[in-house]
Write a protein that binds this ligand. Structure first.
Ligand code: ZN
Length: 81
């Protein structure tokens, strides 16, 4: 899951959205920009700026699996009870 926080482009705005599909997320973000902040924010650079600020959601599965995999190596080295 990826997420976009409008506050990363428009300070003070708490709108955010999450989706697996980046293109869908960009579309939603642009819709939000138009309706909430007006057309002055919408331009050729906006899509690039939105994409730059789309991040993987915290607790995303691939990240978490990697974390568990690296810690389980340490746990595996400990004696079992
Ligand atoms: Zn906003």
């Amino acid at each position: 899951m990826k997420e976009f926080h409008c506050g990363s482009l428009v300070p003070g705005c708490h709108w955010h959205s999450a989706d697996d599909d980046t293109a869908e997320l960009v579309k939603r973000a642009i819709d939000h920009m138009k309706t909430a902040h007006g057309d002055r924010h919408v331009g050729p650079s906006l899509v690039a700026r939105i994409r730059q600020n789309i991040h993987k959601q915290e607790g995303d599965r691939p990240v978490r699996q990697g974390h568990i995999a690296s810690t389980s190596r340490w746990w595996g080295a400990l004696p079992r009870f």
